[in-house]
Design a protein around this ligand. Structure first.
Ligand code: GH3
Ligand code: MG
Ligand code: MG
Length: 311
């Protein structure tokens, strides 16, 4: 049996205690009322989304602040909002979505929602907890292991061209040993010059950092995203086959297209044209990159914001 003193102590824990517990969680947690108005936003939610509690509490999640999209780029807020669904059918659910970070890039999160019921059993709101599924941190840590200045692109924080070349060289050598090809994806921002011309170089730089983060956050931890130069990025993707490569490239294209950078009162959006290819037995880094670049160029010619894949 529990000693009486301890029992009293547990019973005395007030809302402040629970608030403190929630704020110490690494995951993001928030509550909404019946109208999907946000009533609580913990520190984890602030860290993962970049939005402070005072920016979101009191606003409706349907105002589309976080602009959740699914893998297909579909906006969830007005159609299949998991919070609304949980309040309607009273069932908890778990779903993988991509939220909009306050800095503009897309962050993959695993979302869990559950309805909250009042004392007489009616639904009074819902709770959502979400964890950062991003591989960005792992990818950045990997660059840290190397010589920082030599391999990191200072503007975007991803690897630089030297880093990409080194990783591709290594992947080709591994392919010769194990027979498991990796893939290279070449992405070029569409009409990027117009961003610089219309909004200034500084905004252009922010857009590049956002695209880099969206790409790096949404590949697997073992994959490598680097800035090839200017507004061009190269991703080295392991353990893919032809079908998965096309789907993965298209997912990345969609995620860039649905991310945005806020400039005064406007949300700036950009798209990328992508070329993607599996490595071949007679490839060297130059032939592999040249093929991915040529495929990217086909995407440009085809109208931009598209993927051309050759395997
Ligand atoms: P396309 O759709 O055909 O790719 O058109 P584009 O305008 O993106 O292509 P273009 O090659 O004409 O323009 C690329 C621009 O990227 C030109 C260059 O000034 C700009 N750029 C290159 N590096 C940087 C950078 O570090 N920061 C900024 N802000 N701009 C850069
Ligand atoms: Mg270019
Ligand atoms: Mg371009």
């Amino acid at each position: 049996m529990r000693p009486d003193g301890m029992r009293r102590k547990v019973l005395k824990m007030g809302p402040e205690f629970y608030r403190e517990v929630l704020d110490h969680l690494y995951d993001g947690v928030y509550f909404v009322d019946r109208n999907r108005c946000i009533t609580y936003w913990n520190k984890g939610a602030e860290r993962i989304t970049g939005y402070a509690a005072d920016m979101v509490v009191g606003r409706r999640c349907a105002e589309n602040l976080l602009m959740h999209v699914n893998e297909g780029g579909e906006q969830l807020c007005h159609s299949v909002c998991p919070l609304a669904q949980a309040m309607s059918d009273r069932l908890p659910r778990e779903v993988q979505v991509f939220l909009h970070h306050a800095d503009g890039h897309r962050v993959p999160v695993l979302v869990r929602v559950a309805p909250l019921c009042g004392p007489d059993g009616e639904v009074v709101g819902a709770v959502e907890s979400f964890s950062d599924n991003s591989s960005m941190m792992a990818a950045l840590r990997r660059i840290d292991e190397l010589d920082d200045a030599a391999f990191r692109d200072p503007l975007t924080g991803v690897g630089n061209r030297r880093f990409a070349e080194l990783k591709i060289q290594t992947a080709l050598a591994e392919y010769l040993c194990h027979g498991q090809p990796a893939a290279v994806l070449f992405a070029d921002v569409d009409h990027f010059k117009a961003i610089n011309d219309n909004f200034g170089h500084h905004v252009g730089d922010r857009v590049l950092a956002t695209v880099a983060r969206t790409l790096a956050s949404n590949v697997r931890a073992s994959d490598v995203v680097s800035r090839w130069g200017g507004e061009e990025f190269v991703a080295l993707l392991g353990n893919v086959d032809a079908l998965r490569l096309d789907a993965l490239a298209d997912k990345l294209r969609q995620l860039v297209a649905t991310s945005s950078v806020t400039v005064t009162d406007r949300n700036l959006r950009v798209t990328v044209s992508i070329g993607a290819t599996l490595m071949r037995i007679d490839d060297n880094p130059a032939t592999l990159i040249a093929r991915a670049d040529r495929l990217m160029y086909e995407s440009k010619q085809g109208g931009r914001n598209r993927v051309t894949c050759e395997t």
